[in-house]
Design a protein around this ligand. Sequence first.
Ligand SMILES: [Zn+2]
Length: 629
Amino acid sequence: MRKDITSSVWGALGLVNLSFCCYSAYSYQNFDVAVYCRAQEVRQMAEPNWLEPRWNEISRQVKVGKVYLETHRDTVLVDEETINKARKFFESKGVKVAGGITYTISESNRFETFCYTNPQHRKKVKEIAEYTARLFDEVILDDFFFTNCKCELCIKAKGDKSWTQFRLKLMEEAARELVIKPAKAVNPKVKMVIKYPNWYEHFQGLGYNLEAEPKLFDGLYTGTETRDPVRSQQHLQQYQSYLIFRYLENVKPGGNGGGWVDTGGSLYMDRYAEQLWLTLFAKAPEITLFDFRQMLRPTRQSGRAAWQGTQTSFDFDEMLKPIQLEDGTTVKPSTIARAAGYTFEKVDRFLGKLANPVGVKSYKPYHSTGEDFLHNYLGMCGIAMDIVPEFPADANIIFLTESAKFDKQIVDKIKGQLMKGKTVVITSGLLKALQGKGIEDIVELEYTDKKAVITDFMVGWGGIRQSESQIVIPQIKYLTNDSWEEVSCLASGIGYPIFHSADYANSKLYVLTIPDNFGDLYNFPAEVLTRIKEVLMRDIYVRVESPSQVALFVYDNDTFIVESFLPNSVDVRIVTDKRISKLRDVLSDEVLTGETLSGQWRWGRGAGVEKIVFDTQIKPHSYRLFQCE
Ligand SMILES: [Zn+2]
């Protein structure tokens, strides 16, 4: 049961005392926690002397209400007797049990998947689905329900189609005929869930069909692990742990069952915790910890980051404090499971205060790609994002990246918004893609093949602001007095548009120049980001003026979270609509009183627009939750 916790109950729970009862007496108020068990571990679970101590180790550090028992991975198929013994064990503890399938041949061989044209492989896929559905009423497919096979059979079957076209069709058919139909035939009440990984820009190329499959499956699930943004192969930005959950929720409203995080790639322990709480900030009803084995990884002092000891959101030392169980015994935290448990206890105290997340609508057509993962960089710059798979014609402001080019009617749709007096912001990447394809009917801009190396920016008629390092941008040319530089950059006496506007019908089209390296968005001076936010977030009651890597999570009940991913404390200015006069920091109870800024409040812009500002600070890798008063 989920319910809001009143502040008086918070006091009773104690903000410092982290003792907790066993899960049967107390589970989290606002979400459920599951642990995924790979086939390699499940097959050992028939042996109580193996399972019991390990389960005790995990479950006394984090409250687990559910386990997924995997039947297959890497050709390891767990026998029925073992599954039944494991199931009995968990059910005797009051833990819910569901099934899992990983359709891999060999993960270690670059995630070798099944071949869905090979008759023998197809037979095996079907058998595994039937076997698992017979044992469980809920079955989740882990990350690997795609194909990277390029065997001779697949090459022949592909014919003249692209690999993307071929695989999308192939996997849709496999989902229907080899997984769902056979599973439902043996167990009509089985709930089949497809989990999508974190590489959402590239799903289509490997046959992960985000358009067809969510309609076929009973539910979907979201990989929200982002790991280290720099020292990893994927380079996913932290904000994605939030945004991908929202995106997939928009793909199947009400059908996104949860977020899923593993322990990999967290060079400091806060990074692991961030992924968990960002998943929950996105309102995931369940969070799956991958996996049983990883939960037993010993806690290492090397995970204690440089900013520890300054009361940041993830307090490493507090996390390691002994915990008292319901029976009075005291347990010393030993493994990473405690980092999860500690994080969940902290955020569970306030998650009930968050209503529906809101953000700037950005349309990403199904099976599209282009300026891959860019939305997350903007999220890291403090722009609350919301990716949707259908064109959001009702939105007053729409943001479009290059991926929107996959909609052949996109120019007409942009025109339609501008005719209705609504605002559209496109990236330079989309401008390039639509050049010669109708965008010039709105405004004649030229995305050239020339580059500029810049450090200096000019916002309106204001002073010069500098980035800390050089940034390479594409040069966009425009016609004097036909369109206007809102933000310019300067190099050797010449300027180029960074944020550009053009009148059309009853509104404006804006073009945001994206640096060649998206990471250089983080080097944009705060004043530049502010001007972009003033346009993109005009309809949202709050925004934050700050350097990049400070994110904002906004909810439709006058509640919002400001989170910094910076290694040092940062000054932020929170700017709200004028109806808001005070902000209450829900975690500290501190009340901030705002100041009114009105009239000619910045470089001649904003005349007549009254805003309230609150100046405060955010600690390293920390969040603050505010309620407007
Ligand atoms: Zn093949």
